[in-house]
Design a protein. Structure first.
Length: 71
């Protein structure tokens, strides 16, 4: 079951949104939030592992390393 955590938009600073998470804060690019998002809004954040993209990236890095170290 997904974790449910309360995330609140504290404020906007230029192109960043300052997010409150318990007693901590962090920033997200404002472009990741809906256009209608405003200070005080509660947001949901889903973090999902993309195993296919991870495997593709590992192959690309391995291929680049092989090119560099094969010389």
């Amino acid at each position: 079951m997904p974790r449910q955590e309360l995330l609140v938009i504290d404020r906007f600073e230029e192109d960043a949104a300052v997010i409150e998470y318990g007693r901590q804060t962090f920033t997200l690019p404002r472009s990741l939030l809906p256009r209608a998002a405003k200070e005080g809004d509660v947001i949901k954040l889903a973090v999902v592992l993309d195993n296919e993209a991870t495997l593709r990236r590992k192959k690309e890095v391995r291929s680049l390393a092989d090119e560099v170290f094969a010389k």
